[in-house]
Design a binder for this molecule. Structure first.
Ligand code: GDP
Length: 485
């Protein structure tokens, strides 16, 4: 296995740890990582969490809020000057004023929420003065899935990436990539134009895997889909090459050697700093998953989601078999895996969705031989865009959800204008774990409509209520409740 951490890394970590600890004594803080693959709901989750805390939203399962011990919550300048700020104000304006969903996460960003509270314990009252700085760190899950690369050579990466590309579930979208790699000679002289063409085709293939009907999740290298500020750099201009068994190693001027150098640069310049500077400083983590999207795409997509989750669990696993174990400065002690967008389902299906997530997570944890943090699962909606009703279908009464489909959404052959409400019966979720993972889980069994965010309710005395949600309070209780005790 390649050595993932150098002496220089350890010295840097020691220095950062001392300054983190000194700061933590004066200002108790909790660093909450929010991740998930693109479109999982990170931006919406953070925006709703902040809005509900600042405006005293209805959070009956979040004890500190329910017992009115939170005296004030407000935004403060964030501690890390080099990280972009999470654009809370733009996002909340989009949701509340425009009833539009905000722009999604494209890179890392951060926000500090200062929570003043009356502690239930005398000890905390003396030492922390009843203040907690909640540092929320939003980052693409795609970047997290790069961890396995740290212990993989370029040769291993090529073999795995191309094997996966040739697998049944990906064959539809990988034809071009497979053909191109077959006709590219790794021994040929290094050429920038060939590298660029291969990268383009490889990136297109990765993007295609995320198409709605496939919904495949496991796709390193993560920056190819979410480049952040590294777009176009040589470290992001490489692709897998096919090297036949028994062939001699290509020389140092070859295309292969060029790709190998860039792959190593990607690990050194992109992957390692990201883990060292951001992931290893987290205290808690929420991983958002769009389970319904995967269920709707069928058993292949669900198995792929489980594989992605197992790689996520490997990142947070304790022990020396983890290539970043020497990086950790704090120990993540709680991880919440949350299925988002539960407002697409009637509440009678919420526990079933939670059960499905639990089965997927249990399998993922077993595969990752996970140990360490306490892991919990939940089905939630950070923003509830529907209300519930019942509809008669002959002698049957169906539980439905009612909302305003976004402009252009099609339901039952009708195209919606973004202003008209409709009722949707989302279909039954699979009941058992075996049904879930068997090939009988066919694509397109469910109807998940994209609804617009809700109109906020106004009380009799003119007060606009906070964003409605499903179980956001339960998520908050697990993630921060004990730190406000
Ligand atoms: P990100 O890429 O993880 O930041 O994803 P976003 O937070 O931008 O969410 C992607 C899309 O999912 C949004 O544009 C919404 O259409 C949908 N979405 C996210 N959260 C919710 C939710 O709580 N309820 C509903 N109905 N839709 C949501």
């Amino acid at each position: 296995m390649a050595n993932a951490v150098s002496f220089g890394d350890e010295a840097l970590i020691a220095l950062d740890t001392i300054s983190d600890r000194a700061g933590g004594l004066l200002n108790p803080s909790l660093r909450l990582g929010v991740t998930g693959l693109s479109r999982a709901g990170k931006t919406v989750f953070i925006t709703s969490l902040v809005h509900n805390l600042i405006h005293g939203g209805r959070l009956p399962l979040f004890e500190a809020q329910a017992s009115q011990r939170i005296t004030r919550a407000n935004l403060q300048p964030q501690p890390d000057d080099g990280v972009p700020r999470f654009a809370y104000e733009d996002h909340i304006r989009a949701i509340v004023e425009g009833r539009n969903w905000p722009d999604s996460t494209r890179a890392i960003s951060q926000l500090r929420l200062k929570i003043d509270f009356e502690s239930a314990s005398a000890w905390s009252r003396i030492f922390s003065g009843g203040t907690l700085n909640l540092d929320i760190v939003d980052y693409p899950g795609e970047w997290l899935l790069d961890l396995p690369l740290l212990s993989k050579s370029y040769r291993d990466f090529c073999a795995e990436a191309l094997n996966l590309a040739k697998s049944d579930s990906r064959a539809k979208v990988s034809k071009h990539l497979v053909k191109l790699t077959e006709k590219t000679d790794p021994h040929a002289e290094a050429s920038e134009s060939t590298a660029l063409e291969l990268t383009k085709v490889f990136t297109e293939y990765l993007r295609e895997c995320r198409r709605d009907d496939l919904a495949l999740s496991t796709l390193p290298p993560g920056r190819f889909l979410m480049p952040g500020d590294m777009e176009g750099s040589p470290a992001l201009t490489f692709a897998p090459l096919e090297i036949a068994k028994g062939q001699p190693r290509p020389n140092s001027k070859s295309l292969y050697a060029m790709m190998e150098r860039r792959y190593e640069a990607y690990k050194t310049l992109v992957v390692k700093p990201f883990f060292r500077e951001h992931i290893t400083r987290l205290d808690r983590q929420i991983v958002l998953i769009d389970a319904m999207h995967a269920i709707n795409a069928g058993s292949e997509a669900l198995a792929d989601l489980q594989r992605a989750l197992s790689e996520v669990m490997m990142v947070f696993r304790t022990g020396t078999s983890n290539p970043i174990s020497a990086f950790w400065r704090r120990r993540i002690d709680r991880i919440l895996i949350a299925a988002t967008k539960a407002d697409h389902l009637h509440h009678t299906s919420h526990n079933q969705l939670e059960g499905i997530v639990r089965s997927v997570v249990d399998k993922a944890m077993k595969e990752a031989r996970f140990s360490g943090a306490q892991v919990s699962t939940i089905a939630m909606a950070a923003v509830r865009s529907t209300r519930e009703a019942e509809m008669r279908d002959g002698a049957e009464t169906l539980p439905v959800v009612v909302g305003t489909p976004s402009r252009g959404e099609m339901v039952g052959g009708e195209t919606f204008d973004g202003a008209t409400e409709t009722a949707v019966f989302p279909g039954d979720l699979p009941h058992t774990a075996s049904e879930l993972f068997s090939s009988s889980l066919k694509p397109g069994n469910h109807r998940f409509v994209k609804f617009r965010p809700p109109n906020l309710e106004v009380t009799a005395d003119g007060l606009t209520l906070s964003l409605p949600h499903i179980r956001l309070d339960k998520a908050l209780e697990f993630l921060v409740g004990d730190r406000l005790a």
